[in-house]
Design a protein around this ligand. Structure first.
Ligand code: GLU
Length: 468
């Protein structure tokens, strides 16, 4: 198997979202199938206005958190501008590019004309390349790539198949702006070539670019890479996944308390399913072993939060992931303060509630009542019945002497106690739950007692007893 040299090349114009993370994941997975393969990261920051340092940090932090680590140092595109310019000069000197002085207004009129008259020929500047004077200018010009008008261009794409378009469709795009700065269309090709990238896997919103970019490879006599343009992720309403569908940025999901394993599991199954596997649970090692990019679906994939929650609930329940909960608590202000107050109690709450938890911060809904200081219940309106009131003192006396306080032990103890006393569970359970948590809803009485621990449980029960 030949070494596959892949890359993820985000522009730092926004935080890393799920779509970008999926592209990175697929590149990473492909590169891990063979020890000679590589996965590089390049930050494409040539758009000086929109690129921001905080987004670069966000992208790097998100990939690191997901465990999608890249080979070598991340490449910063802006540090290679001189090289990009050199290639533009080379293309110009070899007549593969030309100088253009069209102003914005002329270009706009031409663009409108192409659309209005449905012109087949998409060249937006038709005059400059044959004007000798313009071609002899020494400043104040943009450089356009000279793509042939005749013929067709074909891309053999792993996901999209063989696609051919007429060259008439391809505009002579700008590779160097009037101010001498290289455009993304040039820089991406030069950097990919210099890194030895032989497999470009990216969103299919770049498919049109590939037909254009391929000409730089051809003109420079560089080996063209293989391509895989993967379908974009959509929300359940069919629209491209965006903010309005919910949290879509990786760091936002991290802050809510999702785990990397869940996000990766969810993302890899968008448009792909492992063969011979009945379970949807798949971790990175198995993904690396079984993923085949040829099996990715051509149609867009639907992202669904219920599915992500399903995976996350699965992973957060695993004992091996308890350490992740502790790390999360350290980094979350609210949970950290509870953790510092009573680490064991917080872990007990997590143990009881995790079966119904979609992500860690959902635990906020449940923690307050167990951590309430100076807990007081207003029992005036609560009539708990004679049977309960007659037995509660005895019950409290009994649990005071218990030497174990595990869920199982408490469950057995309560059930035996009620059987012995011939008390029906609701007669006992309903008021107990209310006294302990001021609510008739919630987990089982044994779970509540377990969470509170012996001391707090007795305090809350005694408060009731002294009032009857
Ligand atoms: N920088 C481009 C973007 O973020 C991606 C370039 C590429 O993958 O070729 O959309």
């Amino acid at each position: 198997m030949t070494a596959l040299i892949t890359r993820f090349a985000p522009s730092p114009t926004g935080n890393l979202h799920l779509g970008g993370a999926r592209t990175a994941l697929i590149n990473y997975v492909i590169s891990k199938k063979n020890s000679d393969s590589k996965f590089y990261l390049r930050i494409e920051d040539t758009d000086k206005v929109r690129s921001k340092e905080i987004y670069t940090k966000n992208i790097i932090d998100s990939l690191t958190w997901l465990g999608l680590e890249w080979d070598s140092e991340a490449q910063i595109q802006s540090s290679r501008i001189e090289k990009h310019k050199k290639i533009a000069d080379n293309l110009l000197n070899n007549n593969f590019a030309y100088k253009c002085i069209c102003d914005e207004k002329t270009l706009l009129t031409k663009r409108e004309q192409i659309i209005k008259s449905k012109l087949k020929l998409k060249k937006i500047c038709t005059e400059c390349k044959d004007n000798k004077n313009i071609q002899e200018l020494s400043s104040n010009y943009a450089v356009r790539l000279k793509i042939p008008i005749e013929g067709k261009t074909t891309i053999k794409d792993t996901v999209q198949g063989n696609i051919t378009i007429n060259n008439q469709e391809l505009d002579d795009y700008i590779i160097l702006r009037k101010d001498g700065s290289p455009t993304y269309m040039l820089s991406v090709v030069v950097d990919d070539h210099d890194l030895g990238i032989n497999y470009i896997i990216r969103g299919n919103d770049h498919f049109n670019n590939s037909f254009r970019q391929i000409y730089i490879y051809k003109f420079m006599n560089w080996q063209t890479p293989n391509y895989a343009h993967i379908p974009l992720i959509h929300g359940e309403d069919g629209a491209k996944l965006s903010k309005r569908h919910g949290a879509i940025n990786v760091m936002e999901l991290m802050d809510q308390g999702y785990l990397p394993d869940s996000i990766i599991n969810n993302l890899i199954l968008l448009g792909w399913a492992p063969k011979n596997n009945n379970s949807e649970i798949i971790k990175i090692k198995e993904i690396i072993n079984t993923f085949n990019i040829n099996e990715i679906s051509k149609s867009s994939s639907i992202f669904n939060y219920d599915k992500l929650n399903y995976f996350n609930n699965y992973y957060l329940r695993l004992d091996e992931n308890l350490k992740n909960f502790k790390i999360f608590c350290k980094n979350n202000e609210i949970l950290n303060s509870l953790y510092n107050q009573d680490e064991e109690k917080l872990l007990r709450i997590f143990q009881v509630y995790k079966k119904n938890l979609n992500f860690y911060t959902e635990l906020f809904k449940f923690t307050n009542i167990y951590f309430e200081r100076d807990y007081t219940i207003d029992i005036k309106d609560e009539i708990f019945g004679e049977v309960f009131n007659k037995n509660i003192k005895d019950f409290v006396q009994n649990i005071k002497n218990l030497d174990s306080w595990s869920i199982e032990f408490l469950e057995n103890f309560i059930s035996t106690y009620l059987k012995d006393k011939q008390i029906k569970f609701p007669i006992f359970g309903k008021p107990m739950r209310y006294i302990l948590t001021k609510s008739y809803q919630g987990p089982s009485v044994s779970d509540i007692l377990f969470i509170l621990g012996k001391k707090d449980s007795l305090e809350r029960l005694n408060q009731y007893i002294t009032n009857i």
